[in-house]
Design a protein around this ligand. Structure first.
Ligand code: AFD
Ligand code: MN
Ligand code: MN
Length: 400
């Protein structure tokens, strides 16, 4: 190998190591449970209890080295009476800490016409009490982020006073924000449609930004990559929110059509790279680390849950490592001099680089297996939980 090639290789390894040393990706507890789709679910030896979710998430962290926290959904994981000490004991046992706390203001029957944006004050109050409970639980668990997502909206024209609902939503979020403890954040997620199919009360990043600013200084916007129309330029939204200091974090997934929650990078890896590139560009230009939470929001119906989460994290590590190879001084110069092809090729060169050898080097340095997925498969964990959880199998032979 020539001296130059050797130097380039060493530089790449350094960049990749720096990038992966800091990349942490939060796993969703619901990604380990049998959730399925509205057309049914195909059962597998998935987690049912919060203990099993911590155990399965712990496997992903053990083999990838990148997932020290697991997002919890209050109603699904922390039913009334759950002691924080019990959850923290699970965290210690399985090596993953509680991460963001998601209130659930979309499943109960009372939320049929919405939660914080509901026309009935008593239901708005009920929803707010649950969110305040979630803020308290987050504080007790040492979690920084409370991440409400609202299904609030309507299905037919003329059935909702959109302005009134906007004001009710804003008031509720502000009251929730004002109970946050030091260091806590309220990450407001948006989604253009589903399950509301005429209007969703927090439908896009502009609405979420407006509500976050009204709620108070501890609020930020949460970007779920599946929550955009097909043509939307997500990395432009990311650049704007970064520049406004209002990007709280991501719910990562990939999609072909809508909010499909597919494996990150399985459909459009270049889009994920471009999102990471905007973040790295902001960090290079400002000299500041972007304080954003990377979280996965996927729950697979066909792939094996734990394997798929490992695959998602491996994809994210490779794409983040590629973005770390962009030569930003050269990019800024090419942009300034309007050398379009040179600028674009700086993206394409980084994206086309095979970072897998450097990622393997990083894993070896961390005493991780070269291939986390293969290592998990060889561990026998899946066979063990399949036996242990098969006892819950239903008459149809599936898993309860
Ligand atoms: C659904 C919603 C949204 C939310 C997630 C977890 O679309 O993404 O963040 O459930 O509550 O995917
Ligand atoms: Mn989400
Ligand atoms: Mn979603």
């Amino acid at each position: 190998m020539s001296a130059n090639a050797g130097k380039a290789g060493a530089a790449m390894e350094t960049n990749v190591k720096e990038a992966l040393d800091r990349l942490q990706i939060e796993l969703p507890s619901w990604g380990f449970a049998d959730t399925g789709t509205r057309f049914g679910k195909f059962l597998q030896p998935a987690a049912k209890t919060v203990e099993e979710k911590f155990a399965d998430a712990g496997q992903v962290h053990q083999f990838t080295g990148a997932c020290p926290t697991v997002a919890l959904h209050v109603l699904w994981d922390l039913p009334k009476g759950t002691k924080p000490s019990a959850v923290l004991e699970l965290a210690a046992r399985f090596g993953v800490r509680p991460g963001s706390i998601s209130p659930n203001v979309f499943e109960d029957q009372i939320y049929k016409h919405g939660s914080l944006a509901n026309e009935q004050e008593t239901i708005r109050r009920h929803a707010l009490e649950h969110i305040l409970d979630s803020v308290r639980i987050a504080r007790e668990l040492g979690s920084r982020d409370v991440t409400p997502w609202f299904a609030d909206g309507s299905n037919f024209p003329g059935t909702a006073n959109i302005r009134a609902r906007k004001r009710w939503m804003a008031e509720g979020l502000k009251q929730a924000h004002d109970t946050l403890g030091d260091g806590q954040r309220l990450l407001i997620e948006y989604k253009p449609f589903e399950p509301a199919f005429y209007h969703t009360d927090i439908a896009d990043w502009g609405m979420a930004l407006t509500l976050a600013r009204y709620a108070g200084p501890k609020s930020r916007v949460l970007v779920d990559t599946g929550h955009h129309y097909q043509a939307q330029n997500i990395e432009q939204i990311v650049a704007w929110l970064l520049d406004e200091g209002m990007l709280g974090g991501f719910h990562f997934n990939d999609r072909r059509y809508a909010d499909d929650d597919l494996t990150l990078g399985s459909i459009d890896p270049y889009q994920v790279f471009r999102i990471f590139a905007e973040i790295r560009f902001y960090e290079w230009e400002t000299g500041r680390r972007a304080d954003i939470a990377f979280m996965v929001d996927q729950s697979h119906n066909l792939k094996g849950k734990i394997e798929e989460m490992i695959q998602t994290v491996m994809n994210a590590q490779e794409l983040y490592a590629k973005a770390a190879l962009i030569d930003f001084p050269a990019l800024a110069k090419a942009q300034q001099e309007q050398r379009l092809i040179d600028a674009e090729n700086l993206y394409k060169d980084a994206f086309s680089t095979d970072v897998r050898p450097a990622v393997r080097e990083w894993r070896r340095a961390k005493q991780l297996a070269d291939n986390p997925l293969a290592a998990f498969r060889a561990s026998g964990y899946l066979e063990r939980i399949t036996r242990e959880r098969a006892g819950r199998s239903t008459a149809a032979g599936g898993y309860a």
